[in-house]
Ligand binder design. Structure first.
Ligand code: NAP
Length: 326
C-alpha cells in the first residue's frame, strides 16, 4: 500500500510517498481501506515536531479516517465487515489501509460522503462540545467565530447556526469571508483591519456578542474578548496564530464575562463514552440536513504535503480532505 511518511521532523515538503506492507489486524482490530483522510493545522505541527507531544519517527501522519472495513482481527465484531466507518487515530490516516481498534470505529451515516465523514469528528465534535457543554449557547445569541474560514471555524459556523445562533465570521481575506458566509455565517468581518470591533455594530445592530469561538489566539483574542456583552463566554479552542495571548485578569471582571477552555480531546480521553451523545446529535443533524459537513476541497494523496503547507501558510480555506479514489 502507499503511505505518506514523516522520516524527520520538518517542513511538509520533506514528507515522502512510500510503498509499505499492508497492515494486519491485531486482536480486537479491523483494517480499514481508506477512502478519505481529514487534515488540520495540528497535523502540520506534528510533522514539524512542534506539537505539545512529539510522535516517534518514522510515522504516517493523519488522524481522521473514513473507509470500508476489509479485514477483522480476532474478537473484532463480524458485523463491521464491509461497513463504512469513520475513526480517529493518533497517526496513520495518510495510508491506503490502516489497522485500528474496532471499538473506535463509528458507522458513517448513509447521507454522508467518505470525504465529509473524514473531516467530521474532530471539528464538529469540538464545536458542539464547545458551544453546548462549555459555552451554554442559547438560541438567539450572537457568536463571533475567529479564523472562521479554517476547518475548525467552518464547523463552528455550521454548528452554531444549527443551534439557533446569529454568527459573525471573522477572517483575514475577502475570499475567506465569502467562504464563511457561504457556509452559513450571517455576517463577516475583517479582523485584521484596525478598529475592527467598530465594524460589528453597523453590520449586526449590536456593539457586542454573547460568545467568542477562538481557535486563533495571538493578538486577536484580547480584542475579541473586549467584544463580549455581560455574561459573555470566550471559548478558547486553539492557537493557530502561534502566540498564546495573556489577557489581563481585570478584563473578565470588568466585562462580567468568562474565559472557558474547550479541550475536546482531553474531555474524550478522560471519558471516551462522553463523545457518544455528541456524535449521535451531530449525525442526526447531518441526516436531517441541519448541518452540512461536506469539506471544502479534496485532494489526492500525493498532494498531502502541499495541503499541509497551505495550512501553515494561512492559505487553506475550509476543511481539507485527502481522497484515495483513483
Ligand atoms: N480544542 C480542541 O479540542 C481543538 C480541536 C481541533 C483543533 N483545535 C485547534 O484549532 C486550531 C485551528 O485548527 P484548524 O485545523 O481549523 O486550522 P486552519 O484550518 O488552518 O484554520 C486556522 C485559522 O487560523 C487563522 N490564523 C491566524 N493566524 C494564523 C497563522 N499564523 N497561521 C495559520 N492560521 C492562522 C487563519 O484564518 P485567517 O487567515 O482568517 O486569520 C486560519 O484559517 C488549531 O490551533 C488546532 O490545534 C483545537
Amino acid at each position: 500500500m502507499q503511505a505518506i511518511r514523516c522520516v524527520n521532523y520538518g517542513a511538509p515538503s520533506t514528507l515522502t510517498l512510500e510503498d509499505l506492507p499492508d497492515p494486519a489486524p491485531g486482536r480486537g482490530q479491523v483494517v480499514i481501506e481508506t477512502e478519505a483522510a481529514g487534515l488540520g493545522y495540528v497535523d502540520a505541527l506534528l510533522v514539524a515536531g512542534l506539537y505539545q507531544v512529539k510522535t516517534p519517527l518514522p510515522f504516517t501522519p493523519g488522524s481522521e479516517v473514513a473507509g470500508k472495513v476489509v479485514a477483522l482481527g480476532e474478537d473484532a465484531p463480524a458485523a463491521l465487515m464491509g461497513k463504512r466507518v469513520m475513526a480517529l487515530s493518533p497517526v496513520g490516516a495518510l495510508a491506503e489501509k490502516i489497522a485500528l481498534p474496532a471499538a473506535t470505529c463509528i458507522p458513517v451515516p448513509a447521507i454522508m460522503s467518505a470525504e465529509a465523514a473524514a473531516g467530521f469528528i474532530v471539528s464538529y465534535c469540538t464545536a458542539l462540545y464547545g458551544f453546548e457543554t462549555c459555552g451554554h449557547l442559547k438560541p438567539g445569541e450572537t457568536v463571533l467565530v475567529l479564523g472562521a474560514a479554517g476547518g475548525v471555524g467552518m464547523a463552528a459556523i455550521d454548528v452554531a447556526k444549527a443551534m439557533g445562533a446569529t454568527v459573525v465570521a471573522a477572517a483575514s481575506t475577502e475570499e475567506k469571508r465569502k467562504a464563511a458566509v457561504a457556509r452559513g455565517a450571517d455576517f463577516a468581518i475583517d479582523y485584521t483591519a484596525p478598529d475592527w470591533r467598530k465594524t460589528l455594530e453597523p453590520l449586526t445592530g449590536r456593539r457586542d456578542v454573547d460568545l467568542v469561538y477562538d481557535p486563533v489566539g495571538g493578538d486577536m483574542s484580547e480584542t475579541a474578548f473586549r467584544c463580549l456583552a455581560p455574561g459573555g463566554r470566550h471559548l478558547v479552542v486553539g492557537f493557530a496564530a502561534g502566540d498564546i495571548p495573556r489577557i489581563p485578569l481585570n478584563l473578565p471582571l470588568l466585562k462580567r464575562s468568562s474565559i472557558v477552555g474547550v479541550d475536546w480531546g482531553g474531555y474524550v480521553r478522560a471519558d471516551p463514552a462522553a463523545n457518544i451523545p455528541l456524535l449521535r446529535t451531530l449525525t442526526d443533524w447531518a441526516s436531517e440536513g441541519r448541518i452540512n459537513p461536506e469539506p471544502s476541497a479534496s485532494f489526492p494523496l500525493a498532494q498531502a504535503p502541499s495541503v499541509l503547507q497551505r495550512l501553515l501558510d494561512r492559505e487553506s480555506i475550509g476543511k481539507p480532505v485527502i481522497h484515495f479514489r483513483q
